[in-house]
Design a binder for this molecule. Structure first.
Ligand code: CO8
Length: 258
């Protein structure tokens, strides 16, 4: 498959995946999701690699969310389909048997923050900003964010971030446990590489088993991942989200009806 939205570099057994749509703040369109899925199911070989780093192109954004220009005319069914596609790709990342680190180099919002949360470890540069701003668009997260945010930072903090759509800075994200290290922007990738190098010196089966066991704590069969896809589908098929996306694209406040 030809990659049009991602860059892949392999060096010393570490794969660096860069989401490369800097003019759109690396927003995730259908091509990005397809290519990410292809990478994690067909291209990256855990037997030949020590780990994977995911980052964003440019200095401003990791990923500023799903691509809002693609939200036009999405009905319930199509919304559910796109949400499920994202869930499947992010599940493949979460279940990858070697460490996947999100190197968050700027805005980590909406579906972008959901991507970071699907990674095993998140570190960030000091200019990073995190949030789930979907409510501003009359939406809910659709790539597992409602569940993974609770898993990572707890119900109370997750609830406030999800309901207000507020962004938090890197120091607050560290305090919340959403990330584990803050670096200067130019040191971010080296820090990610050094974590992977350290893990690479450990027993590979023990590392793979640890990832699987941590994931096993969160039994997807008994939680609301499935429900999120349904609710996302309904939300994106609604007048409320049509107005939310339109208002963003027209650079004006949304006029939501009660
Ligand atoms: N989608 C599309 N384009 C975007 C996005 C996005 N998410 N974010 C930024 N852009 C574009 C802007 O439209 C702008 O384009 P242009 O230059 O053509 O006008 C360009 O990137 C630069 O953005 P700004 O001018 O807005 O830059 P600022 O520095 O002023 O602001 C922000 C940066 C704060 C990141 C701002 O752009 C912003 O708020 N972006 C939207 C963030 C957002 O709402 N993200 C959540 C999207 S919803 C989502 O992710 C749901 C996930 C589940 C989807 C399930 C299936 C589809």
């Amino acid at each position: 498959m030809e990659m049009t939205t991602l860059l892949l570099n392999e060096e010393n057994g570490i794969a660096l995946v860069t989401i490369n749509r800097p003019k759109a703040m690396n927003a995730i369109n259908d091509a990005v999701m397809t290519e990410l899925g292809h990478l994690f199911t067909k291209v990256l070989d855990p037997k030949k690699l020590k780990g994977v780093i995911i980052t964003g192109s440019g200095e401003k954004a990791f990923v500023a969310g799903a691509d809002i220009t693609q939200f036009h005319d999405l009905d319930d069914k199509e919304g559910f389909r796109l949400s499920k596609k994202g869930h499947d790709v992010y599940d493949a990342i979460e279940g990858f048997s070697i460490p996947v680190i999100a190197a968050v180099n700027g805005y980590s919002l909406g579906g972008g923050n959901e991507l970071a949360m699907a990674c095993h470890i998140r570190i960030a540069s000091n200019n990073a900003r995190f949030g789930q701003p979907e409510v501003n668009l009359g939406l809910v997260p659709g790539y597992g964010g409602t569940q993974r945010l609770i898993q990572l930072i707890g119900k109370g903090r997750a609830m406030e971030l999800l309901l207000t759509g507020d962004m938090i800075k890197a120091d607050k994200a560290l305090e919340y446990g959403l990330i584990t290290h803050i670096t200067e922007p130019e040191e971010l990738l080296d820090k990610a590489k050094s974590i992977i190098e350290k893990i690479g010196s450990k027993g590979p089966s023990a590392v793979a088993d640890s990832i699987a066991l941590v994931n096993a704590f969160f039994d997807k069969a008994s939680n609301a991942f499935e429900k999120e896809m349904e609710v996302f589908g309904k939300a994106i098929g609604s007048d409320e989200s049509t107005e939310g996306a339109q208002a963003f694209l027209e650079k004006r406040p949304a006029n939501f009806k009660r």
